[in-house]
Design a protein around this ligand. Structure first.
Ligand SMILES: O=C(O)[C@@H](O)C(=O)CO
Ligand SMILES: [Mg+2]
Length: 251
């Protein structure tokens, strides 16, 4: 079985952020991720993860935040200087948290210039922080209209073009199902470049149980494929988080 992490931006929101760590550990998760952790001091987040015995798996870049803010701007022409200074800040934050991956968000732009900007920024970032694992994640256009990275084959092409050992794919089954119509087939096509996985049920982005994706089958496919990374629960619980954790495999 893969190792499971809880996305604390979406799970355990019944509790204040720093209390969500212990709740995740209690529920059986071994790691956590936070999409935009920048509003809380890194030392407090780090302390909460260590005292709950959890790995800090992933955070997003660039800052600032989740609350209504745009999802990055790494593909937006003309914002390269801002990207660079914000990326450095994200790396400092990730180092303090010992976060395993930084997800670089593309932002909202289209066309060749956006593609060139994204590729250039990714190459710069991969070289700037060779010790940090970087990911890119296609987001479905219904949830994020105009977001540059909305295609798995494009993500694979960009990763190949940049050709950096520390850049890989963040494969979110929810987006994969909505973008390609077949998350399992997309997984088989892109397993080799995947660094991090996120899961949710469809329709509705609730618990990964029932619905359009066969999760026990997917977890078995991960084992067969030799996937060594994390699987993060990134969904909106249908009611209390703890009431919907029947899908989480127990040792
Ligand atoms: O799937 C998502 O929406 C996230 O993984 C994300 O990073 C968006 O901010
Ligand atoms: Mg995701």
């Amino acid at each position: 079985m893969p190792r499971f992490a809880a996305n604390l931006t979406m799970l355990f929101t019944e509790l204040p952020m720093l209390e969500r760590f212990a709740a995740a550990a209690e529920a059986g998760f071994e790691g956590i991720e936070i999409l935009f952790p920048y509003d809380i001091a890194a030392r407090d987040l780090s302390r909460a993860a260590i005292s709950a015995g959890l790995d800090f798996v992933l955070m997003n870049a660039p800052p600032p935040n989740w609350a209504g803010g745009p999802r990055g701007f790494a593909a937006e022409p003309g914002r390269e200087d801002r990207f660079r200074s914000d990326f450095d800040r994200a790396v400092r934050f990730a180092e303090a948290l010992r976060a395993r991956h930084i997800h670089i968000m593309a932002g909202y732009a289209q066309g060749d210039e956006a593609r060139e900007t994204f590729t250039r920024n990714l190459s710069w970032a991969a070289e700037r922080a060779p010790h940090v694992s970087l990911t890119i994640e296609p987001l479905n256009p219904a949830d994020q209209p105009g977001y540059f990275l909305a295609d798995f084959d494009l993500a694979a092409d960009l990763i190949a073009e940049v050709g950096a050992p520390n850049l890989g794919l963040q494969f979110d089954t929810y987006h994969a199902q909505l973008i390609t119509g077949d998350a399992m087939a997309a997984w088989r096509r892109h397993a080799g470049i995947t660094r991090h996985i996120q899961i949710a049920g469809l329709p509705g982005r609730h618990e990964p149980a029932g619905g359009m994706i066969d999760y026990p089958g997917f977890f078995a496919a991960l084992d067969r494929s030799g996937y060594k990374g994390w699987v993060s629960a990134e969904y909106n619980p249908a009611s209390l988080t703890t009431q919907g954790l029947g899908w989480l495999p127990r040792p």
